[in-house]
Write a new protein. Structure first.
Length: 318
């Protein structure tokens, strides 16, 4: 069985199909076989090749398979999609596949088929170009699109505005996906977010917020974040209890926080700082010590953390 894609071959047969409103379609081609139909053929027509036969089937309402007899150059169209067949020399069967010509790209990791393994996949957020993301398909029923991951300190997170906007690191390893992509994904529908944290002893905890949104660059990637549940505590606040909810993104070179200083410098991190934050998951110093600039989630551990992961998934539909 081979695949025959009529769209790519259209140019060669344009003299035959010029009068058709051509629709691209993939066919399975089975050589040396003939259809044994249980119904009356839709049409029999003399043509010059199996490609022309496939094109005619493409453009014929209800045609799902066709038989091309090379010996008498006859194309026979059938309604059956999985017709019975028998061996026959000089004959070929063309069956429309159920695979669409262009597979629609998933809009986020939740649209990958059930049973898909965790790994790097291409997604295409609405009205955006395709990007590669790490899909976490094992944790918490899977379907999570990863926006940040750290586990060994190999990637520098003390970066500038444009770095955080475009993303950095390796998608399969430590990385920040990028604020512009985060916005592009989140604007598609309603999302939840999950923060996973791990200390240097291997203890883990998580925080889920059942609603997250991040605005565009004009709004300095302003964060909306509500609905905490989890085991790590709600550290998306500053020391005064001011929530990250409603805060804009701050980096070492772009101070949008409510501190008199620049929290991007103080905490060595790009983040939605208030004044500044108890959740410094992009902290620029990788150590188990609890420092103002280490990775930390203060409501869970008073020490520097080894691993972090931030992931988003559409809110469950009720
Ligand atoms: Ca400031």
């Amino acid at each position: 069985m081979i695949h025959l894609k009529t769209a790519f071959l259209l140019a060669y047969f344009s003299q035959f199909v010029a009068c058709f409103n051509f629709i691209s379609q993939i066919f399975d081609l089975e050589r040396n076989a003939r259809i044994i139909s249980s119904g009356t053929p839709i049409k029999k027509i003399k043509v010059n090749s199996e490609i022309e036969c496939a094109v005619i089937c493409s453009n014929t309402y209800k045609c799902c398979s066709s038989n091309y007899d090379m010996y008498i150059e006859q194309c026979t169209l059938f309604m059956e999609c999985s017709p019975k067949s028998q061996q026959a020399q000089e004959s070929q069967i063309l069956m429309k596949t159920h695979t669409p010509d262009i597979n629609p790209q998933p809009k986020d990791c939740s649209e990958l088929p059930p049973g898909t393994s965790s790994g790097v996949y291409d997604i295409t957020p609405a009205n955006e170009s395709t990007i590669s993301v790490f899909c976490e398909m094992d944790t918490d029923n899977g379907g999570w699109t990863t926006i940040q991951r750290r586990y060994d300190g190999t990637v520098d997170f003390y970066r500038f505005w444009d770095d955080y906007k475009a993303g950095f690191g390796e998608i399969a390893g430590e990385h920040w996906l990028g604020n512009s992509y985060l916005h592009a994904i989140l604007r598609q529908r309603s999302y939840q977010v999950r923060f996973d944290v791990e200390d240097f002893s291997g203890n883990t905890a998580y925080a889920i917020y059942n609603a997250i949104y991040v605005g565009d660059e004009k709004n300095n990637f302003k964060l909306s974040l509500t609905g905490y549940t989890g085991t790590a505590g709600n550290a998306m606040v500053d020391r005064d209890g001011t929530p990250m909810n409603g805060m804009m993104f701050t980096t070492r070179d772009r101070d949008n926080d409510i501190s008199t200083d620049n929290c991007g410098n103080i905490k060595k991190s790009g983040w939605w700082h208030a004044a500044c934050t108890w959740a410094n998951l992009n902290g620029g110093v990788y150590t188990d010590e609890i420092l103002i600039k280490s990775i930390h989630w203060i409501t869970w551990k008073q020490k520097g953390l080894k691993g972090t992961r931030i992931m988003i998934k559409p809110q469950p539909s009720f």
